[in-house]
Design a protein around this ligand. Structure first.
Ligand code: ZN
Length: 119
């Protein structure tokens, strides 16, 4: 995730997290069709291809990640309004010289933070 979002900063970058049993095994970067520093729209063709790949590898879609190169660390009003999948939404924002990842479960117009574990 960090590699993908650093490469695209200061534009927002986005992608999918796939895996099994709440454990991410694959990070798939998706082109941000909006090419914007404050918005992301996943390229629908790449997104479809990624969904196919996830299916054919017997994995589940566990999360969607995107960056906020200029902050905030949390899900924006737009993120909450546009959340289309009931999966974890990971937001990456700059922290010092690197990035920080926070996870949110977005449902019915509210975002609840969930603890991410890295191993
Ligand atoms: Zn956002």
């Amino acid at each position: 995730m960090i590699k993908h979002v650093s490469r695209h900063a200061p534009l927002e970058a986005c992608g999918l997290l796939a895996g099994k049993n709440d454990r991410v095994g694959k990070v798939i970067g998706i082109r941000n069709q909006a090419q914007s520093p404050v918005r992301f729209v996943m390229d629908p063709h790449e997104q479809l291809k990624a969904f196919d790949w996830i299916d054919s590898n017997g994995l589940d879609l566990l999360g969607i990640f995107h960056s906020h190169p200029a902050g905030p660390e949390t899900a924006s009003v737009t993120d909450i309004a546009e959340a289309a999948y009931e999966v974890v939404h990971v937001i990456l924002s700059p922290a010092g010289t690197g990035w920080k990842a926070r996870g949110f479960w977005i449902q019915a117009g509210t975002a609840r933070e969930i603890v991410l574990e890295f191993s």
